[in-house]
Design a protein around this ligand. Sequence first.
Ligand code: ATP
Length: 314
Amino acid sequence: MPASQGGIHLARSEFLCLKDVHKTYGAVRAVDGVDLGIEPGRIFGLLGPNGAGKTTTLEMIEGLRRPDSGTITYGEHDLVRQPRVARERFGVQLQTSAFFELLRVDETIDLFASFYRHTLPTETLIERFELGEKRKAYVQHLSGGQRQRLAVAVALVNDPEVVFLDEPTAGLDPQARRNVWDSVRQLREEGRSVVLTTHYMDEAEALCDQLAVMDHGRVLDEGQPKELIARRMPGAFIELSSEVPIADDVSLPGLERLTREGPKTVLMTQHLDETLAALAEWARARDVPLTGLATRSATLEDVFLHLTGRSLRD
Ligand code: ATP
């Protein structure tokens, strides 16, 4: 049921489903058989290294590109046949570089509102995204955080059920990032679905209810962040400073893998207690101090590295 909260219309979301979606550009298989299910009222994160096929996937959902094959449905609507449903009911955050620098903030929102029949009031969006003081400022005079807030405001102009955010916090300082996170969570509280891409693993872990990791046009795995970590990387990590002279082929019970990460040596184990005890014994026997010793459980970054073989910023 639609309802109102602070002047914002609460939308009802439907299930968004991709089945065996393909898209090729010449010889490049940008999207190569993607299946995804995006639940209503959730924050969904699409992660992947550069060129993984994220943008192409999102553009096909948004109705901006046509898949070569496969189905994309939103509730009972076939979005490939009815891309207009996507345009009316979805909101897409544009890159801030797509704005006209010589338009004012309120004029920018009005301009995008003019493309739709059903819109939220410009003033409601200005207040909600704390752009009141900048209402009459030219876009060219906004800070990075203000531009990003304007971009999210514009994505909401048609009161969408699903909001697509492409790297919504790229280049922002920590405080501005937190503010965008709050705005994204508020969208979920209103019953909207959010689909976002990000290059920040901590952001994906903190913000997303559901994640999919893509590479080479395919979904490598998906699930809730905690569940993905527990399933893919159930072990723990022991970190040591590089001064500890431990060989790559050291034999310790439970040890699965030894890697060098910058100034650290990292041991991955399925049995932390056993490996730690054996490591302490190894060090005592050689009279080696275990400098920089720390233990930690796996993070999303570890899962990403494990699945794609590269870090997000490679
Ligand atoms: P990024 O994180 O860098 O934005 P991405 O995961 O969004 O990457 P896409 O932009 O979907 O990836 O690109 C997937 C592949 O398709 C890449 O190899 C890219 O070079 C190629 N590609 C994307 N758009 C086009 C196009 N219009 N014409 C030809 N090739 C394209």
